[in-house]
Design a protein. Structure first.
Length: 213
């Protein structure tokens, strides 16, 4: 077996057209293994040898760092650009964060934004179908149903979105949503936010936005 060189198997760098997205360039011949590890941390393929991590919580550097650690544990040589390393070492702050976040640790804040990211991913992948949305005077609210049958009310946008209430049936969830928001109710999912649109553009994908029939 030939001796390894010091050339990197994976290069991680900030995306040139997005403030926080990260591009992974895979140079090793064993791309499948590198792709599998990167995919576990949210990277999505954008080419034969490239993958991109674009999140609505702007926490890409943190997750790219975790992916780099996992790749290295598997024996890969990973090169992280100086600009990305600087972002990794700088804790992200949210200008429009809720007041109570000031008492949370970075890890606790990351739990909240991570949940918002999971909701976003479920909607984008079609695992969570949004039936109706409304504006409650402060932010966007919505009602939807997971593929497994559980229905939920959602509150907020982007990294502030939370799951507010669970329902045993879609009919119950929809009826309660109409009761709460009356004339403000609109069919289907709300229009994409600027942050959501930017993430989809960087990934070169479009969300699966099925409306309730």
């Amino acid at each position: 077996m030939p001796a390894r060189t010091d050339l990197p198997d994976v290069r991680l760098a900030l995306h040139p057209d997005h403030s926080s997205a990260v591009v992974a360039t895979i140079t090793t011949a064993e791309r499948y293994l590198a792709r599998a590890v990167l995919a576990e941390f949210g990277f999505r393929p954008t080419g034969n040898s490239t993958m991109v991590l674009a999140r609505i919580d702007h926490d890409e550097p943190h997750h790219a760092d975790k992916a780099a650690s996992a790749l290295r544990e598997g024996g890969a040589i990973v090169d992280v650009s100086a600009a990305l390393q600087e972002e990794i070492e700088t804790e992200w702050t949210y200008g429009n964060a809720p007041t109570h976040w000031q008492w949370l640790t970075p890890g606790e804040i990351r739990e909240h934004t991570g949940e918002a990211q999971r909701i976003h991913d479920d909607i984008a992948a079609g695992r969570l179908t949004i039936h109706l949305h409304a504006h409650d005077g402060w932010t966007t609210v919505a009602v939807g149903t997971y593929a497994g049958g559980r229905s939920v009310h959602l509150h907020g946008e982007d990294h502030l979105r939370t799951q507010e209430t669970d329902y045993a049936s879609e009919a119950e969830a929809v009826a309660d949503f109409h009761r709460r928001h009356t004339v403000a109710v609109r069919p289907g999912p709300a229009p994409l936010t600027d942050i959501e649109r930017e993430a989809f553009e960087v990934l070169g994908t479009a969300p699966r936005r099925r409306q309730h029939q």
